[in-house]
Ligand binder design. Structure first.
Ligand SMILES: Nc1ncnc2c1ncn2[C@@H]1O[C@H](COP(=O)(O)OP(=O)(O)OP(=O)(O)O)[C@@H](O)[C@H]1O
Length: 451
């Protein structure tokens, strides 16, 4: 850090801290993200991947990569400073004053442009949320924090990377299906909803309530004064089946809302038509930048992850594994051992769960395991990327929770995605996904059980 004067600590994330710095050889203030390098080779490669991915993303709506280096057992990623702070902070500043339609469309269209660039590079962001969307001093929106796009392999890392930030996690991820480009679309839909209402679509004070609402696609309707196109878009982006959600390309090019969005992206219109590809040279360039041969290996393994264009088909049913058990509320007792026993003997859905067995993961670990884990865990009040504490450490508070948020788990006056029960539509647009659903339940268990 010799070449920088540290101006202030911006904050502490799950993987390290962010500092506002002044490089000694430049006028431009930057952010340095300091990540303590893990002891294992795999862990080190994983950490470096954030730098590699960020360096690959060169787009006006993505935080710009400036440099990366390692010193004293830490990785330092230098990036553009966004003086307007993050969008979550900006939303909170509004108090109860809703954003205008123009502001919503302008910011959201830029988020889509950034996400399209990410997806065109065959990368999944996996932690899109208002806290990871930044504003520059002149009001340009930039996507940041590619830390979750990089974390794979270790049990704990998998849990973090797979679950992301619980309020933004899509039904398929709760249902242990592979994360795909539409899971990013779901998270982006949550951010759009926040822009429209200043509230999160799935407010809840317990895990059970949160997962139920997400898997049912139940949220309060948008304000009536917003244009029909935005209502339609939110409804589409928060479809419980990823196949029914539009891709970001569709949102920007051929959705009912596209015309409104493109009006706010005059200089980037052509970008929508272009598809980027992962290029080995890019990884090599970053690798030599960081002075680490191993990054070439890391890069090519990421490349391999996305080269396979096979389209996996989704099971025909709704995300009914988690939903079925959660819906059967009477089987849930505060004692997880009792719960597991009761759910197989008297729970109405249990026999179906036993018979259905369509999904690989539940074959071995039915959702009872998830629920019993969730009973023992609570979300951190700071609401970082997947932070879980054992019981008694604080209330369940979401990023935009207010005083009067729901305290009950029962039915409410909400929009529910009834189409989750319809026959599935075409999934051509769900064009890539991670190769295999990773075992995040093991990671979750480890975190929840650690003394
Ligand atoms: N490029 C940036 N420009 C301005 N502020 C930034 C930038 N990057 C990060 N920050 C701010 O620095 C703080 C820490 O960010 P960091 O990404 O390390 O963790 P986090 O987002 O708080 O948590 P997590 O990543 O675990 O969800 C946040 O308040 C964030 O808004």
């Amino acid at each position: 850090m010799d070449g920088f004067s540290v101006l202030k600590l911006l904050g502490q994330g799950a993987f390290g801290r962010a500092l506002l710095v002044q490089p000694k050889n430049s006028e431009e203030k930057c952010v340095v993200k300091e990540i303590a390098l893990p002891k294992t080779r795999a862990g080190v490669d994983r950490s470096r991947r954030e730098a590699v991915l960020l360096a690959r993303m060169q787009h006006p709506n993505i935080v710009a990569f400036r440099d990366a280096f390692e010193a004293d057992g830490s990785l330092y990623i230098v990036m553009e400073f966004c003086g307007g702070g993050d969008l979550l902070h900006r939303i909170r500043q509004q108090k109860n004053v809703l954003f205008t339609e123009d502001v919503i469309l302008k910011w959201f269209s830029q988020m889509c442009a950034g996400t399209l660039h990410v997806h065109d590079k065959r990368v999944l962001h996996r932690d899109l949320k208002s806290k990871n969307v930044f504003l520059t001093d002149n009001g340009t929106v930039k996507l940041g924090d590619f830390g979750s796009a990089c974390v794979l392999n270790s049990a704990e890392g998998v849990a973090k990377s797979y679950v992301g930030t619980p309020y933004y996690v899509s039904p398929e991820v709760w249902d242990n299906k592979p994360y795909n480009n539409k899971s990013d679309v779901w998270s982006l839909g949550c951010v759009l909803y926040e822009l429209c209402t200043l509230r999160h679509p799935f407010q809840a004070r317990s895990w059970k309530s949160l997962i139920l609402k997400v898997c049912r696609g139940s949220y309060d309707p948008l304000p009536q004064n917003l244009p029909y196109e935005l209502h339609h878009l939110v409804k589409n982006m928060l479809k419980t089946n990823p196949r029914d959600r539009p891709s970001v390309r569709t949102i920007l090019s051929s959705h009912r809302v596209s015309r409104l969005l493109r009006k706010h992206l005059p200089s980037q219109g052509s970008e929508v038509e272009r598809r980027g590809r992962w290029r080995r040279q890019e990884g090599e360039a970053v690798s030599s930048f960081l002075g680490q041969k191993s990054l070439v290996v890391t890069t090519s393994s990421v490349e391999g992850m996305f080269q396979d264009d096979r389209r996996r088909r989704w099971s025909p049913g709704p995300p009914d594994t988690v939903l079925g058990v959660l819906g059967n509320a009477q089987v849930i007792s505060s004692n997880s051992t009792t719960f597991s026993g009761e759910s197989t003997s008297e729970g109405g859905d249990a026999p179906e769960l036993q018979q259905g067995r369509r999904r690989k993961r539940w074959d071995r670990d039915p959702p009872e395991r998830l629920l019993s884990l969730l009973e023992k865990a609570q979300l951190s009040t700071s609401f970082r990327t997947y932070t879980i504490h054992r019981p008694g450490t604080g209330p369940f508070v979401g990023p935009l929770s207010g005083e009067n948020d729901d305290v009950v788990d029962g039915p409410e006056d909400v929009v529910t995605d009834e189409s989750r029960l319809d026959p599935r539509s075409d999934d051509d647009d769900t064009d890539f996904e991670e190769d295999a659903p990773l075992d995040w339940l093991d990671g979750l268990e480890k975190i929840a059980m650690d003394p």
